[in-house]
Design a protein. Structure first.
Length: 399
């Protein structure tokens, strides 16, 4: 039985573990966080490729039970008057799920056949003819047949196996942040968004707890020099960038000052090829990520299915991982890069650099034709792939 170490227990990692178990592999997932991460924005799936694959995984009913019903995005002026609205089926696809619930469902459907190691991470790897010798931060040392980096845009596996992040991650001119806050604005299930040139601030109600809400901001900026692990430095950047902004932004910033945790990152994209080196491969955002707007979650679950299926097919035919890795990238590469391109314009869409740019965006999407074209483009990107039908060694999903 082949052993596979997967770095990352967000979405791509547990999805890959699920499929590897069903093909008879023995996966281990290592995650730096002490438990499954809570919070995070809702993620969406659209089109028959996404929904068909979720059904094939055996998770679709579980996901429907926790779906949000979609989140409409309403752009407003400084007085709260509506300027433009994107309906829930545009912003939320055909099924929208809180990120934590999606991660939890994938974890629950993979844990029976997977070893999960929380609160640890890979610090060194040596790729040899018999396997990959791995050293963990905890001091543990083990050897695995294969290693997969499913650990996001800032992948540690990619850094160890391929080189520094600067070679592969491109800044797209914007930063985003999210945090939880009390629902002092009386928000419903939808999101309100407010623009000033180069800045966007948003608040949306929590679908599970009406007393809670989420803040979300985006701003235009050249690459900033900051420590990704220094939360107070990141908080200071946000407070400075949004000082003096109108609408309800002072309330959002007051909540940010009290928020124990928040997410802050650049809008960026990952460009790397090939996606594998020796016995190490990349999956999801680590291979072809876009921080936001690039359909990364849908691409991750498709990639997990293809990677596990190609590994099983190669080994069954007497071939090796190199054959599987090459076919995996050949089948998925163009699709992933098409989806990824959606993230190139996300910053300009959320926070146009001029008032004129915001008016053009609002005018285009206030027209029925403009909205239809946007929805068609999103659905088309999500559907333009034909997936192989891989035979499974287990007839039913692991519960």
């Amino acid at each position: 039985m082949k052993t596979v170490l997967i770095s990352g227990a967000s979405i791509a990692g547990p999805a890959l573990a699920h499929w590897l178990c069903r093909h008879g592999f023995r996966p281990t997932v290592v995650e730096i966080a002490p438990a499954l991460r809570t919070g995070g924005n809702a993620v969406d799936f659209r089109g028959q490729v996404h929904l068909g694959l979720l059904e094939r995984m055996g998770v679709l009913d579980d996901l429907r039970a926790v779906q949000t019903g979609g989140t409409a995005m309403r752009f407003v002026d400084a007085h709260g008057r509506r300027l433009m609205e994107m309906p829930a089926d545009f912003a939320g696809g055909e099924i929208e799920i809180p990120r934590f619930d999606l991660s939890r469902v994938f974890y629950e459907h993979s844990r029976a056949g997977t070893e999960y190691r929380f609160g640890d991470r890979i610090v060194a790897m040596t790729d040899g003819p018999q396997g990959v010798d791995v050293t963990f931060a905890s001091g543990l040392r083990r050897t695995f047949d294969l290693v997969v980096g499913a650990d996001g845009v800032h992948s540690g596996v990619r850094r160890l196996a391929f080189g520094p992040e600067e070679r592969y991650v491109r800044h797209l001119g914007y930063y985003v942040a999210t945090w939880e806050m009390p629902n002092d604005l009386g928000l419903g299930r939808d999101s309100l968004l407010y623009n000033e040139p180069g800045r966007m601030a948003s608040a949306g109600g929590d679908h599970r707890d009406p007393s809670r809400a989420g803040g979300f901001v985006a701003f235009a900026s050249p690459r900033l020099d900051y420590d990704r692990h220094d939360r107070e430095a990141q908080r200071a950047i946000l407070l400075d960038r949004f000082a003096g902004m109108g609408w309800e932004v002072p309330r959002l910033l007051a909540a940010l000052r009290e928020a124990p945790d928040f997410y802050f990152d650049a809008i960026c994209r990952v460009d790397i090829t090939p996606w594998s080196r020796g016995r190490v491969a990349l999956l999801g955002d680590a291979a072809a990520g876009a921080t936001i707007g690039g359909m990364g979650t849908g691409t991750a679950i498709i990639g997990a299915y293809v990677l596990a299926g190609e590994l099983a097919t190669a080994y069954a035919a007497g071939a090796d991982h190199a054959v599987a890795f090459a076919r995996y990238e050949r089948l998925l590469g163009d699709f992933a890069r098409r989806c990824q391109k959606g993230g190139d314009t996300t910053g300009r869409f959320l926070a146009p650099r001029s008032a004129w740019g915001a008016r053009v965006r609002n005018g285009a999407l206030n027209s029925r034709l403009g909205m239809r074209l946007q929805m068609w483009a999103a659905d088309d990107r999500a559907s333009r792939i034909d997936l192989p039908d891989y035979p499974l060694s287990r007839a039913q999903p692991i519960a």
